[in-house]
Design a protein around this ligand. Structure first.
Ligand SMILES: Nc1nc2c(ncn2[C@@H]2O[C@H](COP(=O)(O)OP(=O)(O)O[C@H]3O[C@H](CO)[C@@H](O)[C@H](O)[C@@H]3O)[C@@H](O)[C@H]2O)c(=O)[nH]1
Ligand SMILES: [Mg+2]
Length: 277
């Protein structure tokens, strides 16, 4: 097994009740990394599952995978819940300088992991798996209502970032960029968007990798109406985060202009007023 120092790449997987998906996920990730043309060595890569006390056999599956020689470990949280906070926890625990986040349910193809990891560098501190790139399409079985919600959510984020798919759950960030982010909103599902803004990732520091978003292999989605409301709250916070200084500057300009206008107006009126009395 790889030594602690040799780990350069960490794959963080938030997971809740995903036992059935963990074995195919981990074995496919390492199979992709062991290919001769992989740009990233399997020995320098670890997989971290962040599970919220699913108690569905996930711990036993990971233990079995470890015995088979896979560099995978599982963090079981018992007091916290939620996708974004699980990702943040995984990034905090990661040993690699290049950290990738992906879903457990195989909607993010494990075969893309090597190229996603290799796309990160000191100049490209963020890699984004995008469903809106050239030549890719959402899986044809993806429900229409999810496509509509996804497009609406993307539209609302347009003023915040130039990234083509900031809603994506398939993304990576370099450790040094992650450490710059302050006050992350770890509620909800859209941690990539929060990181893009709060780690101050410049547009030219984002590498985009188009991929086709598949359908869930097993189990069910945890994206509920509550998650969508949380997204709107997160957007409001990010708009304020990004534009509040602009609002303050505009308010100051407005007050100064108003003051000058009133002074000119009263200055012009008062001599007449004196003459009349
Ligand atoms: N630890 C933990 N993991 C969670 C939780 N909720 C969800 N997850 C894990 O997060 C991953 C994504 O959850 P899904 O429930 O499969 O989400 P989705 O509807 O497929 O949404 C995905 O696609 C969206 C784009 O349409 C993304 O915006 C979203 O982040 C996610 O990647 C899965 O591995 C799931 O087990 C939680 O409360 N805790
Ligand atoms: Mg899913």
């Amino acid at each position: 097994m790889a030594t602690r120092q040799s780990i350069q790449y960490s794959v963080v997987v938030p997971a809740y009740r995903e036992n059935g998906n963990l074995r195919p996920l981990v074995t496919r990730i390492f199979a992709a990394l062991r290919r001769v043309d992989s740009p990233v060595p399997a020995e320098q890569t670890e997989v971290i599952i962040v599970d919220d006390n699913s108690r569905d056999g996930s711990v036993e599956t990971v233990r079995q995978l470890q015995q088979e020689g896979f560099n995978v470990r599982i963090i079981v949280r018992t007091t916290e819940r939620g996708l974004s906070s699980a990702v943040v926890r995984g990034f905090q625990e990661a040993q690699g300088d290049n950290m990738l986040c992906m879903d457990a349910d195989l909607q993010h193809p494990p075969e893309y992991v090597p190229s996603m990891l290799a796309s990160m560098s000191p100049t490209h501190t963020f890699v984004l798996g995008t469903r809106y790139g050239k030549g890719v399409e959402m899986d044809k079985d993806w429900p229409v209502h999810r496509r509509i919600i996804s497009s609406g959510a993307r539209l609302l984020a347009l003023p915040l970032t130039t990234a083509s798919d900031p809603m994506s759950g398939f993304f990576g960030i370099r450790k040094e960029a992650f450490l710059k982010a302050r006050g992350l909103n770890a509620d909800g599902f859209k941690i990539a968007l929060d990181l893009l803004i709060k780690a101050h990732v410049a547009p030219n520091a984002i590498a985009e990798v188009p991929f086709s978003f598949g359908v869930r292999a097993e189990g069910e989605s945890k994206l509920t109406g509550k998650v969508m409301i949380k997204y709107l709250e997160q957007l409001a916070e990010l708009y304020w985060y990004k534009f509040s200084s602009l609002v303050v500057v505009l308010a100051i300009i407005f007050v100064v202009l108003l003051f000058l206008l009133l002074r000119t107006w009263f200055g012009a009126v008062s001599p007449d007023a004196k003459q009349r009395y």
